[in-house]
Design a binder for this molecule. Structure first.
Ligand SMILES: NC(=O)c1ccc[n+]([C@@H]2O[C@H](COP(=O)([O-])OP(=O)(O)OC[C@H]3O[C@@H](n4cnc5c(N)ncnc54)[C@H](O)[C@@H]3O)[C@@H](O)[C@H]2O)c1
Length: 350
């Protein structure tokens, strides 16, 4: 088992290994008297019983709340239902919410744990690649509003992350691919060597891939927990990606939208001479290698409009992440009026 320590406003461990779900009870022995598992209706039937069984050894009372799977559940109604559930089950501040699922469950359960009684214990057990490498680490929690994604949220670091790599074996290939987009992102923003290593199929070195992504994210979060600066690099491909998700009414998944977003902003970067064409080619090839999209059918005006609903807008400017080369990205402030042009450059194949 690999343990990575995050030393942010809260110090916590991320444990990565195979089969650790069954050891959860022992690892999480300081949970408080009640643990509330939040999961969805796909992950729950697969793994909740094993978790409940393991927790029962530590004499913890376990209650469970199951949401319908999918992005549509990351909303205010589910959030209210969960915190009412926690109240009805009489959880106190010393008890713990355990998110067992992908990024949707993690974001929603984390937001609920942060708000209920002004914050109770919170553990993440990520079950998708995306959640393992990204959403379970770093303390961003949120729900979507009709105006846009993640518009209500707080930073709330977990007390522990247990990443059982074996749980990823039941993922549908398209859900696994969503995570591949985030993994590729880490290569582009932080390490050319890591990017190159992704030419070998990810599932052949999955534990190492997850650990490397978590280390990269840990380092960034420890430098800038509240996203005032360097943490914005993690949004590479995300401003356009979130716009694509919103425009598709969330029919296009997060990972696919981020992949298209990374490709679009990189083509724009090449046209703007921020990166050279080999950087662009490397990214496009890697995305195609993992069967991820490299463009979208939405037009530049619609994307720009949707981008401006994104929380990353700051007054008259939007901070965009551009690659300079594989392994290094920069932040550039773009005037709101200029955003559509940048997107247009990125939509054109060149
Ligand atoms: N908080 C952050 O820092 C952060 C970062 C990136 C993304 N996100 C958020 O994460 C969400 C996307 O997360 P996701 O891609 O994990 O989606 P998801 O949680 O919707 O999971 C995708 C699908 O896979 C199923 N699933 C999950 N684990 C499974 C398993 N082990 N076996 C079989 N099926 C399984 C789920 O039921 C769901 O249908 C988005 O809402 C995004 O905004 C948050």
């Amino acid at each position: 088992m690999n343990t990575i320590t995050v030393n942010a406003s809260k110090m916590y461990e991320i444990k990565i290994g195979s089969g650790i779900l069954d050891d959860a009870g022992g690892i999480l022995h300081k949970l408080g008297s009640t643990a509330a598992i939040i999961t969805d209706d796909i992950v729950g039937p697969l793994y909740a019983e094993r978790l409940e069984h393991s927790l029962s050894h530590s004499r913890t009372r376990v209650v469970k709340y199951v949401i319908p799977h999918g992005e549509a559940s990351k909303n205010a109604e589910q959030f209210l239902s969960i915190i009412n559930f926690l109240a009805n089950e009489k959880l106190t501040r010393t008890d713990t919410v355990i998110a067992l699922g992908g990024g949707v469950v993690g974001d929603l359960a984390g937001f609920s744990a942060a708000v209920y009684m002004r914050g109770i214990g919170f553990v993440q057990i990520p079950t998708t690649l995306l959640a393992a490498v990204d959403s379970s680490v770093g303390g961003k929690t949120a729900i979507n509003l009709s105006a846009g994604k993640n518009l209500a949220g707080v930073f709330y670091q977990p007390d522990m992350v247990l990443c059982d790599v074996a749980l990823l074996s039941t993922l549908k290939p398209e859900v696994f691919r969503d995570g591949c987009a985030e993994v590729i992102k880490y290569g582009v923003i932080a390490s050319a060597d890591f990017f190159k290593s992704l030419e070998a199929p990810m599932d052949t070195h999955l534990k190492e891939v997850i650990a490397r992504c978590v280390e990269i994210k840990r380092d960034i979060v420890m430098e800038d927990e509240l996203e005032k600066g360097v943490r914005k690099l993690l949004n590479f491909g995300h401003t356009i990606g979130h716009a694509i998700e919103l425009l598709s009414d969330y029919k296009i998944s997060h990972g696919n939208a981020v992949a298209a977003g990374m490709a679009i902003i990189t083509r724009a970067a090449a046209r703007m001479k921020i990166c050279d064409s080999s950087c662009k080619q490397s990214l496009l090839q890697m995305l195609k290698h993992y069967n991820l999209p490299v463009n979208t059918t939405f037009d530049s005006a619609s994307i720009a409009h949707a981008c401006l609903a994104d929380k990353k807008r700051d007054g008259g400017k939007v901070t965009m992440v551009f690659p300079e080369r594989i392994g290094k990205c920069i932040l550039e402030e773009i005037k709101v009026e200029g955003l559509e042009n940048v997107i247009k450059l990125g939509l054109e194949e060149n």
